[in-house]
Design a protein around this ligand. Structure first.
Ligand code: PGA
Length: 255
């Protein structure tokens, strides 16, 4: 099956101003004709969602996402942004359970609740999972299994259609190009994750769930990570702020 390639830009707490955010999004958009079967999702800080939404309006191969969502319901929550608000602001995707949010206090339970809230609001959640370290006993497989099951085990099967998994080994995030995970090891992990998805959702539902890789992806290593690592796309941090190389990466992968 020829699948769409999904390339998610996680801008984190960048850039510094709304004008810069608008400009980077526009620069990526200018190159959208070259994307082939790649689809780009830009996840700016909440504050810049509206500006980026204007910059990419009507670009068929681009969409808007948020980096997080509030865990609860109701309106009396100072400083929070709920899934329905995101949806109405034009976001179609939301990153959930990023390791930086988990480090800041998002437990498995919180991640599970955010995931369900996002799905019920009609958003596509990009669920991040990833081990902190690897060892020769393969404990990272256990960790991934636990993290993934904690989030998805009780989800209604029909909601799987909207789900996206981003495998981001924490040890590979924010490093240099050569420190990204090797495609051969990634291939094994992607099979492992796919098998868990099959067990939970059944083969038909699970096969349509994209599995992305994230962690020190660059224009230099992204294509081989997707093709040799056998994943459906990428979650890109720093490199996604460089419009030209990020768009080139999308074009290469989308060929
Ligand atoms: P990086 O970040 O590409 O800068 O390593 C990825 C992420 O944290 O999602």
């Amino acid at each position: 099956m020829i699948r769409t390639r999904l390339i998610v830009a996680n801008w984190k707490m960048n850039p510094a101003t709304p004008d810069e955010a608008h400009m980077i999004a526009k620069d990526i958009r200018k190159r959208a004709r070259s994307f082939g079967r790649s689809r780009i999702v830009i996840c700016p800080p909440f504050l810049f969602l509206e500006g980026v939404s204007h910059a990419i309006a009507r670009a068929r191969k681009m969409a808007l996402g948020a980096q997080d969502v509030f865990v609860g319901a109701g309106a009396a929550h100072t400083g929070e942004i709920g899934p329905d608000m995101l949806k109405k602001s034009g976001a179609k995707y939301v990153i959930i359970g990023h390791s930086e949010k988990r480090a800041a206090g998002d437990t498995d339970d919180i991640v599970k609740t955010k995931l369900l809230g996002a799905l019920l609001a009609g958003l596509s959640p990009i669920l991040c999972i990833g081990e902190a370290v690897r060892n020769d006993h393969g404990d990272h497989y256990k960790e991934i299994r636990r993290e993934l099951l904690a989030a998805i085990e009780k989800l209604p099967k029909k909601l799987a259609k909207k789900l996206i998994i981003a495998y981001e080994p924490v040890w590979a995030i924010g490093k240099s190009e050569k420190d990204a995970m090797q495609p051969a090891a990634l291939r094994e992990m992607a099979i492992f994750i796919r098998k868990i998805l099959h067990d939970v959702f059944g083969k038909a539902n699970a096969d349509s769930v994209p599995i992305l890789y994230g962690g020190s992806v660059t224009k230099g290593n992204g294509e081989s990570i997707v093709k040799d690592g056998n994943v459906d796309g990428l979650l890109v941090g720093r490199e996604s702020l460089h419009a030209e190389s990020f768009a080139d990466l999308a074009a290469e992968i989308g060929k």
